[in-house]
Write a protein that binds this ligand. Structure first.
Ligand SMILES: Nc1nc2c(c(=O)[nH]1)N[C@H]1C(S)=C(S)[C@@H](COP(=O)(O)OP(=O)(O)OC[C@H]3O[C@@H](n4cnc5c(=O)[nH]c(N)nc54)[C@H](O)[C@@H]3O)O[C@H]1N2
Ligand SMILES: Nc1nc2c(c(=O)[nH]1)N[C@H]1C(S)=C(S)[C@@H](COP(=O)(O)OP(=O)(O)OC[C@H]3O[C@@H](n4cnc5c(=O)[nH]c(N)nc54)[C@H](O)[C@@H]3O)O[C@H]1N2
Ligand SMILES: [Mo]
Length: 770
């Protein structure tokens, strides 16, 4: 019998201790200081299994033979040939050199969006950028799938995007001061499990309990009743998806109609309010925006809306808007309309009042703000200025040379020859996967670096096996976490897997920039350096003492300096001139000269309700349901999809599609039955679950199932909603992802329904058998 070693580690879903005996994981225990650990920590044992791992470097047969002249439609179908690390490193370096030399560095796409592991040193996409910035650069992406339309509009109307990244009122002030809390979207422990860069203290439930205990009135505006915990005793307003802008503007217009708008706040702290007011009172288009108007669009009760409008001004009121709302067509509008409504209410800058974005979308948003400097290896400064809005990847690959607009400027899509993806999974995250598959045939070469044989890795030319975080040493920390956590190696790397740093360092050496890449440090020297940089900053700037590296590494964690009790824009409200915002007017912009000049149909000069491309109010919606593809409860995106927490949420080996009893009856769907979801873009299978927590007209299918097309039919067996979603920008301004704008048909499925896991194994064996 061996002794059990206790190894501290961390992932995006929390900190934990891995119990290891004789080199094998025998258990996982939550971090002692975490009040609400995530069940996903128990899934990490899955990483130690080899069946879905990439175990050695591999090259697609056709590419090995013909390189850039290969038949790119062979991707995902042709066999892979195992090669040595030396050979793989040489091929990758030669390809970077060839493409940069013949087509220019902008022809290398290394946006490489993705969550990878939470380690701040072996951070795959950062290291990829670091390497390529040493050899002339690459085309990058801006913004994220999480938030794009939101921060873009807030940069111009609030002067900064902090209000959606955890810099708005902290939740402790809401728990203490707010009387009326209106939640647009969710405040859910489901999403708050995760935080980019790791989270040690899951604090959401603590604050929500305080809110419940104080008897705060909570109004949940969402198609899903379970977007807040039941014990919060929220009123459920089951809104039609994608119509929140109309509700917000109807509330604002109702307040205006009653003459209760905060004139002083509007005059001192905002600009362009006359534009918004002319729209709300009907001067602009002859339609008064009030409770009755909002009710017809949102499907909510007009009297209730009118009453809430009064309550918002009569009590200390706070609006929270989830990131999901801006992941939809015209996603700029709900974020801007909420700002408009909060300005008309006039409580921005007061404790427990105003508006904030993204609470609970990640676990650290609304938590105490880390004032320290987070440890992170540098990607180095960019050397060329070529970028795309993150979710425009298929547009870029399909339309080289075509112009696009972003944030008021016109730009051109580069001609991409080489794609290098490390730590992300576009066959999970991107909308309209069948369109992506067509775009995927355009680049000459695709390199994927991932521990797992994902659908993306299967469709690469060169696959490089990265180790998972538990096979190497790293550290976790970020600006929304109150701890830095040691991520120690728990097991030996599987197969020939190497750490991301070692992989890039090897390629950098081959490219002749190894010294600049590594700066003479190995793994442990880097961890020491990154941690000590954070520690010195905390001491010199904030007078906050952290343990030295050796003591930190021994203990497994260190506390960071944090700020609690934060009220956003308090100083600005007090003295707007002295604390001018970085906007066109120095104030909150409710009517924008810039947007007026740009004349974008999809993002006008004031917040406005516009019909999304697909929604239930469309004349031809027919019997279709609005698809909400929200974040999965039992995993992070596509990661650890076969882990125990993820499997616990599946039913009959597939993802659950939840729908209301009324719709189930109409569509002759029985609870537990296999159903087919489809539209013009694609089709997938799922298991139907009848739930009274889902609004009629809506079907919910979480993201993250591993895309597993059946034979040539294209039917996805696993239930990946992105075979259905719409791949358009939110507008000409933000160009964000519009995943939550999507109508689908749902029907009972009587055809052959092979097991998704079996089919994955078969697909993989056909191309990567030993
Ligand atoms: N329909 C729909 N689609 C969505 C969304 C939605 O709401 N609806 N949400 C969007 C959002 S907000 C996001 S953030 C994206 C998420 O999209 P992604 O971030 O692409 O999703 P992940 O599954 O986290 O992908 C991370 C990949 O990194 C790999 N990986 C893990 N650890 C390591 C490592 O140490 N090294 C390397 N090299 N690789 C590693 C994993 O195996 C996995 O393949 O999805 C988006 N897609
Ligand atoms: N467990 C787990 N947690 C995660 C993640 C994960 O994969 N797994 N991913 C993380 C990431 S990368 C991100 S960006 C965040 C995302 O955080 P969010 O964007 O907040 O999460 P979602 O689950 O997409 O959406 C939250 C809820 O918004 C509601 N909603 C959707 N459309 C509308 C609408 O039009 N109107 C209204 N009122 N409500 C709507 C849906 O009912 C949905 O349940 O989650 C993070 N947290
Ligand atoms: Mo995200």
């Amino acid at each position: 019998m061996g002794t059990v070693e206790r190894i501290p580690h961390c992932s995006h879903w929390g900190a934990y201790t891995i119990l290891v005996e004789n080199g094998a994981i025998v258990g996982v225990e939550p971090f002692e200081h975490d009040p609400a650990p995530s069940p996903i920590i128990h899934s990490v044992a899955e990483w130690a299994k080899s069946d879905r791992r990439v175990l050695r470097p591999m090259v697609r047969e056709g590419w090995l033979e013909k390189r850039e002249k290969s038949d790119r439609r062979g991707r995902g179908k042709e066999k892979f040939v195992p090669v040595s690390w030396g050979e793989a490193t040489r091929l990758v370096a030669e390809e970077i050199t060839r493409v940069a030399g013949s087509h220019g560095n902008a022809s290398i796409f290394a946006g490489s969006y993705g969550w990878t592991s939470c380690g701040r040193f072996h951070h795959a996409s950062t290291l990829l950028k670091r390497m390529l910035n040493l050899v002339g650069g690459f085309t990058r992406h801006v913004d994220t799938y999480s938030i794009a339309a939101g921060p873009v509009i807030l940069r111009h109307t609030l002067g900064d995007e902090g209000a959606c990244g955890g810099q708005a009122n902290t939740l402790d002030t809401i728990a203490e001061h707010t009387e009326t809390l209106v939640v647009f979207g969710a405040l859910s422990p489901r999403t708050a499990q995760s935080e980019a860069g790791g989270i040690a203290t899951h604090s959401l439930e603590t604050y929500l309990r305080q809110i419940a205990d104080r008897g705060v009135r909570v109004v949940l505006v969402s198609p899903l009743k379970d977007d807040v915990p039941e014990w919060l005793n929220a009123e459920w307003w089951p809104i039609r998806p994608n119509t929140d802008t109309a509700l917000m503007l109807g509330l604002a217009g109702e307040i205006l109609k009653n003459g209760r708008e905060a004139r002083d706040f509007l005059a001192r702290c905002t600009s362009g309010s006359e534009r918004l007011i002319a729209y709300l009172d009907g001067h602009e288009d002859g339609v008064r925006k009030d409770a009755a108007w909002a009710a017809t669009i949102t499907g909510l009760d007009a009297a209730g809306i009118a009453e809430l409008a009064n309550t918002l001004v009569a009590t200390r009121s706070m609006l929270t808007v989830s990131w999901s709302l801006q992941r939809a067509h015209h996603g700029e509008q709900p974020f801007w309309a909420a700002l408009g409504l909060a300005s008309i209410v006039g409580q921005i800058g007061l404790p427990g009042g105003g508006v904030g974005y993204g609470y609970a979308s990640l676990g650290g948003v609304g938590a105490p703000i880390n004032l320290g400097r987070s440890p992170a290896i540098s990607p180095f400064a960019k050397v060329i200025d070529s970028f795309i809005p993150v979710a425009r990847i298929s547009d870029m690959l399909l339309n080289p040379g075509k112009t696009f607009t972003y944030e008021g400027a016109e730009r051109t899509y580069p001609d991409i020859r080489l794609v290098y993806w490390a730590g992300g999974n576009p066959y999970h995250h991107h909308q309209d996967i069948n369109r992506l598959s067509e775009a995927w045939t355009r680049p000459e070469t695709i390199i994927v670096q991932d521990p797992m044989f994902t659908a993306t890795a299967q469709r690469a030319d060169i696959v490089l096996p990265a180790s998972t975080s538990i096979e190497r040493n790293d550290l976790a920390g970020n600006k929304r976490s109150d701890f830095i956590i040691a991520m120690k190696r728990a097991i030996e790397p599987l197969g020939e897997a190497r750490s991301d740093f070692d992989i890039f360092n090897g390629i950098a050496e081959r490219l002749g920039v190894g010294e600049a890449f590594a700066e003479g440090r190995d793994e442990m020297a880097w961890l020491r350096h990154l941690y000590e940089t954070s520690r010195e900053d905390a001491a010199s700037r904030l007078g906050f003492e952290m343990p030295d590296f050796d003591a930190f590494w021994e203990a497994g964690y260190a506390r960071c300096p944090v700020k609690t009790g934060h009220t956003y824009l308090a100083e600005f409200r007090e003295h707007p001139e002295r604390n001018a915002l970085v906007t066109e007017s120095g104030r909150i912009v409710l009517g924008s000269d810039k947007l007026e000049r740009l004349g974008h149909a999809g993002c006008p000069a004031h917040p406005a309700w516009m019909e999304p491309a697909e929604w239930l109010g469309r004349d031809d919606a027919g019997g279709r349901l609005h698809l909400i593809s929200h974040q999965p409860a039992g995993r992070l995106h596509s990661q650890l999809e076969t882990g125990e927490a993820s499997l616990a949420m599946k039913r009959g080996g597939r993802e659950q599609a939840r729908l209301n009893a009324e719709d189930a009856r109409r569509l002759s769907i029985a609870d537990g039955e296999t159903v087919r979801l489809y539209n013009d873009r694609g089709a997938c299978l799922a298991t139907a679950t009848v739930a009274d927590t889902v609004r009629p007209g809506v079907v919910v299918l979480p993201t993250g199932a591993w895309f597993t097309p059946s034979g040539n039919s294209g039917l996805d067996l696993a239930g990946n909603p992105n075979v259905l979603t719409l791949d358009i920008g939110t507008s000409e301004f933000g160009q964000g992802c519009s995943a939550h704008t999507c109508l689908v048909h749902v029907e009972p499925y009587a055809g052959e329904a092979p097991d998704a896991f079996e089919a994955y194994r078969k697909n993989l064996a056909a191309i990567a058998a030993e």
